[in-house]
Design a protein around this ligand. Sequence first.
Ligand code: ADP
Ligand code: MG
Ligand code: MG
Length: 252
Amino acid sequence: MSTLEIRNLHAQVLPSDESAEPKEILKGVNLTINSGEIHAIMGPNGSGKSTLAYTLGGHPRYEVTAGEVLLDGENILEMEVDERARAGLFLAMQYPTEIPGVSVANFLRSAATAIRGEAPKLREWVKEVRTAQEALAIDPEFSNRSVNEGFSGGEKKRHEVLQLDLLKPKFAIMDETDSGLDVDALRIVSEGINSYKQETEGGILMITHYKRILNYVKPDFIHVFANGQIATTGGAELADKLEADGYDQFIK
Ligand code: ADP
Ligand code: MG
Ligand code: MG
C-alpha cells in the first residue's frame, strides 16, 4: 500500500510579467490519499485546483513556499519532474502539451522505459499497447501521430488514460479529464480510469467542475476547494448537494 500525503502546502504562481509580484494561491492544503482511493476535488473557477495539480507535478511557474508532499514518506517536492514520475506520480493536465515530431508510440515507450528503469520487450510492449488501445476504442493508427498535435479534446483525454493504463503510476492526478468529452467518450475514459484503479490499485486525485464524471468514476471522498484550501470534505453524496446549492456556501 502507498500513501500520498500533502501537508500544509503553500504555493505561489510566478507571473509571466516579471515586474509583477508573485501571488500566493495555495494557502495550506492538507490531504492524504491511499492506494485504491479516489478523491475528487471540486470547486469554483480560480480557486487554485489546477495550481495544486501543477505544483504536485513540479511545473516551474509554481513555487512552493511552505509544506511538504510525501509519497511513501519521500518528499517529492525535492525531486525533479522525471524523478517524481519514477517515484510513481502521474499528472494528466487540463491543457496537455503538444510534442511535434514525437510519435505517440515513441513517447509511450520512452515513458515506460524511464519509469520501469529498462526498455519493455518490444513484442510484449506492442501487445500491451494494443490491448490498452482497444479498451479505450483508440485506432492503432493513433500511435503514429505526434503527441497531442491536432488531437481533439476526446483524443487528448483518451491518450492520458492510455498512459495511465500503461505506465501504472502509484498515484494519478487528473485535472478536468472530463472536459470536452461527449457521453460515449466520457464512459470509455471512465472505464479506463476504473480499470487502472482496479488493476494497479492506484490512488486517484480527480479535479472536476462537474458531477457527471463522478457517476462513472465513484469517488470515496469529495473535497470542496475554495480560496486555495480544502474547505470541506464529504462522501460521494456531497456532489448532489454541490450541484443543487453551488459552492457559495463554502466560500468565506
Ligand atoms: P482553478 O483551476 O481552480 O480554476 P487555477 O489554479 O487555474 O484555478 O488559478 C488560481 C488562481 O491563480 C487564479 O487567480 C489564476 O488567475 C491564478 N493563476 C494560475 N496560474 C497562473 C499563471 N500561470 N499566471 C498568473 N496567474 C495564474
Ligand atoms: Mg479553471
Ligand atoms: Mg483549473
